[in-house]
Design a protein around this ligand. Structure first.
Ligand SMILES: [Zn+2]
Length: 139
């Protein structure tokens, strides 16, 4: 998959759509979602109304961005590209965490510090939400 500016915009859109859908599943509303160019790339944000949120929900919502972005990248990477790069599907998902999801990982760490550790379960819940709501993310 060519790493163009359009591609960067799309992967950011999937990332933010993942967070946005997860907020809706959690019963939260958001004011708007942005995707904008920055000098160091394109970033986005989901603007929610300030309200207390359960730590586990926050961690799940944080995971949904990088996972949705990773699924988009995976869907747009050919088997030849994977083979050339010596990549497995997990590597592509991981690249979404490392490139655009560092802030989300901080949020997960913060949220789970308040609650205790169950990060595997939280990531599985985030994946299950995206499985069920992929049509909405993809819209
Ligand atoms: Zn994010």
């Amino acid at each position: 998959m060519a790493d163009t500016r359009q591609n960067e915009r799309e992967r950011t859109a999937y990332h933010e759509a993942g967070h946005a859908v997860a907020y809706l599943v959690a019963g939260r509303t958001f004011r708007y979602v942005t995707i904008r160019p920055r000098s160091a790339g394109i970033t986005g944000q989901v603007y929610v109304r300030p309200r207390r949120i359960d730590s586990i929900q926050l961690a799940v919502i944080a995971h949904c961005g990088p996972i949705a972005e990773g699924r988009f990248l995976l869907a747009n990477t050919t088997e030849d590209e994977m083979e050339e790069g010596g990549m497995e599907p997990e590597d592509i998902i991981m690249s979404a965490y490392l490139e655009n999801g560092r802030g989300d990982l901080e949020t997960v760490r913060y949220a789970l510090t308040n609650y205790g550790s169950c990060s595997d379960v939280v990531e599985e819940v985030a994946s299950a939400i995206l499985d069920k709501q992929w049509g909405a993310v993809n819209a």
